[in-house]
Every structure is written in C-alpha cells, then in structure tokens.
Design a protein around this ligand. Structure first.
Ligand code: GDP
Ligand code: ZN
Length: 335
C-alpha cells in the first residue's frame, strides 16, 4: 500500500526543522552571497524536484550543465539532499545550483548497471523493517545492514508485527547474532503509542529512512510516526513555474514533532539489489522455490521434499546456479 501524499505542513518552516545544522550553514555560506536560498529536496520526479525552503515548497530543476557534468547518477541531487537554489526569475523555473556535502548517502548499485543511483541523502538512521510473521529472512537483513553500513547512516532493526503469531524460537537471538551492535525493536506498528520507543531516534530533528520489503508495514509506521495531523492522504495539487498542474509526490516528510521520515519507492525491494561494488547475482527464482521446501531451514542438499533440488531434477534449474546460491548463503552466514 503506497503512502499517500500528505498536505504539506506549515508553509513557513524553520530550516532547523528540515535538519539544517551549523555545519550545513557553513557549507552554504558562499552560495548565500550569490543570492541563492537553502533548501532540502523532499521529492524527486522525472522532470523536476520538490524543494522545501524556509518560505515554502518550490518546484526546481537542475541545469543541463550539471546533468551533463555529473559523472555518476548519484552526483545529482536526490531526496534528502540539502541544496542551494536560485529562485525563479521572470517566470523561469527555480534552479538547483549546488548540492551541499552529504553526511550520508544510500546508494544502490545494480548488478550490470554502470551508474549508481542515490536513493536517499543525509539520512541519520535507517530503520530496517522486517515482519516477524513471515517476511523474516536473515540473509536479506544482512544485505540491508551492509547497505546501511556503506551509507554512513546508523542502522536500527525494527521487527514489526509482533502481535501476529510467529515462531519466537526461530528469530530470538538470531538478529542479535548477525548484528550485535545494532539495536533491535520488536513491536507492532498497529495501534497508537506502540512506536513510542522509536521516538528518541528523531531527537534533534534527525532524518530517519525506512527500508524493507513490501508489506512489512513501512507505510503504517510512517503514518504512525508522522502523527495524526499528517494522516490525511490526499494529492497535493501545485502549480509549477509554467502554470501547469503537477502532482507532487512527497518522499520526505517533516514531522510536526521534529525530525523527518524518508520513505521512497526506491527503498522498497532493495533485497533485489546489490549493496556492494561486486556484482552479486540475485536468486529470486531459487528463493521462490525454497519457500516450497518442506523445511524452512532447508539447505537444499540432502533434506527430503526439497523443492529446489526437485526443480534441478526436472531440468528447470541449472545445478551450477544452485551451487553458487548455496555458496553465497554460506558466505553470508559466516560474515
Ligand atoms: P509496506 O508495504 O511496508 O508499506 O506495508 P504496509 O504499511 O502497507 O502494511 C502492510 C499490511 O500489514 C497492512 O495491511 C497493514 O495494516 C499491516 N500491518 C502493518 N503493521 C502491522 C502490525 O504491526 N501488525 C499487524 N497485524 N499488521 C500490520
Ligand atoms: Zn530445499
């Protein structure tokens, strides 16, 4: 379920509420002299960006030059970036002229794709969300953790849907085992007040991003964490610089209670992407088969009623693919 578009909170927002810091102010100073204004990218679209500024939200573009000069797609602005914007002159569009240095960058580098893509910038903490009832997958958690470690953000694991029946023994201690230094919260996003233990992460107007498979409860959490004022999901109609109607899909939400939440489509289904520079094959096909194995911890070696080996026997899955999958699984368990 996609989270809707929330009507933007106060039109006049102090920069600190957006996560502005003294350090960012310092980085911005040279641009202030050129008449540029500071802002934060809250939405990224095919043709434009939505930038929150002290005086409201702008539709902004990037110069053709910066598009051409960007060596990597991740050099271009993305959701969460702090930017220097030249306000619109003579009905022209506002232009993003510079991206301020990032304190963290969540970058997705797809196997076989040359240019890494920026998913979210300046994220302080990533909530890696998993659902205890059936989403639970240790290897996937490992990959998320690797991705967050590379980004410069801090990881927190949120094991959601604790209210649903789940195999307590299968998860207890396992998460802690792969990441002893990462806080783990077992909770249920359903129900008011259940997320109170996550509030401290927002202290000091921190930016939190949610990562996790579809269906684990990220939208539910986002809505809960934003609070009731922001709940009304409705499309925001805005005029862009040329007077056209554009629908703005916000991806960064500033909380009335302080702090911001980033929940972008790109952060969903990241388990299909490779967190490291080394191209790592995805094994969706095998994972789908493995779900049919008799034993949930099937190693696809000698176990009875193994759906994966059955597929190899039927000639539907290459034996080499299975062996590289098994190898990858082993290396992740050891790591
Ligand atoms: P998303 O795809 O990660 O954004 O997941 P959603 O927030 O759309 O949630 C998927 C489904 O799980 C919805 O039907 C939610 O109502 C449900 N859900 C979310 N959190 C919980 C929870 O803590 N307990 C239970 N039982 N259901 C939940
Ligand atoms: Zn099996």
């Amino acid at each position: 379920m996609p989270i809707g578009d929330f009507v933007q909170d106060p039109p006049h927002m102090p920069l600190t509420a957006l996560g502005w810091t003294a350090e960012r102010q310092k980085a911005f100073a040279p641009y202030a002299k050129e008449g540029l204004v500071p802002g934060r990218v809250v939405g990224e679209h095919r043709t434009h960006f939505c930038v929150a500024t002290q005086t409201g939200e702008l539709t902004a573009h990037i110069t053709g030059r910066s598009r051409n000069e960007a060596a990597e797609r991740s050099d271009l602005p993305g959701v969460g970036d702090f930017v220097a914007v030249r306000p619109s002159i003579d009905d022209g569009p506002a232009m993003i002229e510079a991206v301020l240095p990032r304190s963290s960058a969540i970058v997705r580098k797809a196997a076989g794709e040359q240019r890494p893509q920026l998913l979210a910038a300046n994220v302080d903490v990533v909530f890696i969300v998993t659902a205890l009832d059936n989403d639970f997958n240790l290897q996937r958690l490992e990959r998320y953790l690797a991705l967050v470690r590379e980004s410069g953000a801090t990881a927190v694991i949120v094991a959601n849907k604790a209210d649903l029946p789940h195999d307590e023994a299968a998860t207890t201690g396992l998460i802690e085992g792969i990441a002893p230094d990462v806080p783990v919260h077992r909770l249920s996003a359903r129900g008011a007040g259940n997320l109170a233990e996550l509030e401290p992460y927002f202290a000091g107007n921190k930016t939190i991003a949610l990562m996790g498979s579809s269906g684990v409860g990220k939208s539910t959490m986002t809505n809960q964490l934003l609070g009731h004022n922001a709940q009304s999901t409705q499309e925001v109609r805005a005029h862009d610089s040329r007077g056209r109607h554009t629908t703005t899909h916000r991806q960064l939400f500033v909380r009335a209670q302080g702090g911001a939440i980033i929940d972008t489509p790109g952060m969903r289904g990241l388990e299909l992407w490779n967190p490291t520079e080394v191209a790592e094959p995805s094994f969706e096909d095998i994972e789908a088969l493995a779900a049919q194995c008799k034993f949930s911890n099937c190693q696809h070696k000698t176990e009875p009623a193994c759906a994966v080996r059955a597929a190899v026997a039927r000639g539907e899955l290459a034996a080499e693919r299975l062996s590289s999958y098994v190898k990858l699984g082993r290396s992740l368990e050891r790591g």
